[in-house]
Design a protein around this ligand. Sequence first.
Ligand code: HH2
Length: 265
Amino acid sequence: MGIVNVTPDSFSDGGAFLEPRAAIAHGYELVAEGAAILDVGGESTRPGAQPVDETTELRRVLPVLEGLADSGVQLSIDTFKLAVAEAALDAGATLVNDVTALRAMPEIAGLVADRGAELCLMHMLGEPRTMQEHPHYDEVVSEVKAFLEQRLAFAVAEGVPEERVLLDPGIGFGKTTDHNLQILHRLDELVALGRPVVIGTSRKSFLGRIAGRDVGARLGGTIATNVLALARGASVFRVHDVAPVADALAVAAATLAGRWRPTTS
Ligand code: HH2
């Protein structure tokens, strides 16, 4: 899953793709690099981010989704607003990536159900503005697991078929470095919920803390965590740098299998 941030303030690439033309070109580049999904977002959820109104968010993401409609890959909308999700589905998106897991706008469940779309439910402790101020859990993995289980049950009760739901532990969303590492270390416990697990470590600050790297130099940490997440059963890898991560995942998958066959298509 390649990230297309149409924002002025995303933590690693804010402002780089705010122009629709630049964002669309970037999306096509990520597809050429091997992305199977493009996740388009118009609101940063980095720690301390200020909320964006619906009109602004729509103005950012709609032209980009429209411009990527013929890209040949699945389009995902990274939003927790009903109107943005609805317009994005109209424009060709088939996956709603809701970092609030339907807590901000539960009506998104009905929309996804009606449209036969897919839904990604992510764990976050608190809200972006304050989530990194002393996050606390008694036991992070079981609490994240119980949350995802509960949100999955809610989505299903609202009519979303279980087969259309993906789950994400929300790396960096109200979590210390050790919380993130515990989740990655025991990711198989979340995979055991039976739904595809999405993992988003790309360029995040805990990688910089461990390796002593600024945001522009965290590719090594991004690759390490994604490869290990693959080994523990994750299915979708949300990244900024598609080509190197796709290479790493292909080689890691072949190594884990102990065999490789070239694809014929
Ligand atoms: N991380 C970010 C945003 N959306 N969605 C899911 N499902 N999982 C994630 O880990 C995740 C996400 C934050 O990364 P980014 O989009 O690069 O930054 P920003 O929120 O500053 O735009």
